[in-house]
Design a protein around this ligand. Structure first.
Ligand SMILES: [Zn+2]
Length: 137
């Protein structure tokens, strides 16, 4: 018998937890993800995309789900790779960087905004330590 251990409004969230459970050795699957993916308002009616496991694994799965939500795995990633959300210099890893919109991107957005509202996209970064420049979208 399959037991629902968590449900999510968006299918990708359910698949993230499902992958984590499988990595932990817990067989898991996602239900209603195609229904929700094809017609998102059904998510509420169906109770979301559901992560399900065999009943004998429900306890372990709920522990993993709790650790996913409380930031345990994020802390493990930070311990191993540093602050994963910080933008760092591509040459030496310094986090002392400056972010700007590239001029071309701004001009393009202004020209296109005569047709429709278009946001400038892309960022140019410059390291304040070594001067390295790079672009990110
Ligand atoms: Zn640098």
């Amino acid at each position: 018998v399959l037991v629902t251990v968590a449900s999510f409004r968006d299918p990708w969230e359910a698949h993230m937890l499902c992958s984590r459970l499988e990595w932990e050795g817990i067989p898991a699957s996602v239900a209603h993800d195609f229904h929700v993916g094809n017609n998102w308002p059904w998510s509420t009616a169906l109770g979301g995309a559901k992560v399900q496991v065999p009943s004998m694994f429900a306890g372990d799965a709920r522990v993993v789900e709790g650790q996913s939500r409380d930031g345990t795995y994020t802390s493990e990633l930070r311990a191993q790779f540093g602050d994963i959300d910080d933008t760092t210099c591509t040459s030496y890893g310094s986090s002392d960087v400056r972010r700007r919109r590239p001029v071309g991107s701004i001009i393009e957005a202004l020209l296109l905004s005569t047709i429709a509202l278009v946001p400038a996209f892309g960022w140019t970064y410059r390291c304040n330590i070594c001067g390295t420049k790079w672009t990110c979208y």
